[in-house]
Design a protein around this ligand. Structure first.
Ligand code: 2F8
Ligand code: CA
Length: 193
């Protein structure tokens, strides 16, 4: 009798273990399926990420090309030459809005380059803050200058607080002028700063 009971118990135990094994197998299959779905999804997301990255790089290149349109490269800067005339302040506002500023001339070569446009051009030089103290738009004081003969002559009889390029045949070509007069202008954007 004891033997029969033992046998029954063992049979029952075996059945439970078999059931448990079947359940675990089923669960493992589901987990495998779920893992393979997630792997597939991960591959798709990776591919999508690469596509979007390529698209973004392409758009960045196009944006750079669009922003550079109409700008001329010279010695580590980009220059924009206006095709209309404005007051000095309005000219400066246009440059600032373009992420640039009125041109600052700090070499003999740059002075020569600006003269090649042969127009009356506002440059980024003014003494409007303090009469007679000429400063570039970045706040630096004027050191090397290219004033025309007898310029600047804005005081005492005239109020001429902004500098323009007036001549093309001589390097000494700057004139101080009334800021409200309308002139062409040149914006400069430094490339590496
Ligand atoms: O001779 C230079 C002198 O020429 C003009 O005045 C007569 C300029 N002013 C105007 O054009 C308004 C001066 O800025 C310049 O110094
Ligand atoms: Ca003058």
């Amino acid at each position: 009798m004891e033997m029969v009971k033992l046998h029954n118990n063992l049979t029952s135990e075996r059945n439970k273990l078999q059931m448990s094994y079947m359940n675990l197998s089923e669960e493992r299959e589901q987990l495998q399926m779920s893992f393979s779905n997630l792997s597939e999804e991960q591959d798709q997301l990776q591919k999508r990420f690469e596509d979007i990255t390529n698209e973004r790089n392409e758009l960045e290149k196009r944006l750079l090309a669009l922003r550079s349109y109409g700008w001329i490269y010279f010695s580590s800067s980009l220059y924009y030459i206006s095709s209309s005339k404005k007051s000095w302040q309005q000219s400066r506002a246009d440059c600032l809005q373009k992420g640039a500023d009125l041109v600052i001339i700090n070499s003999h070569e740059e002075q020569e380059f600006i003269q090649t446009f042969k127009k009356l051009i506002w440059i980024g030089l003014t003494d409007m803050e303090s009469e007679g103290k000429w400063k570039w738009v970045d706040g630096t004081p004027l050191t090397t200058s290219y004033w025309d003969r007898n310029e600047p002559n804005g005081v005492p009889d005239r109020d001429e607080d902004c500098a323009e390029i007036k001549k093309y045949d001589s390097e000494q070509s700057w004139n101080d002028e009334s800021c409200g007069l309308e002139r062409f202008w040149i914006c400069e954007k430094l490339l590496f700063q």
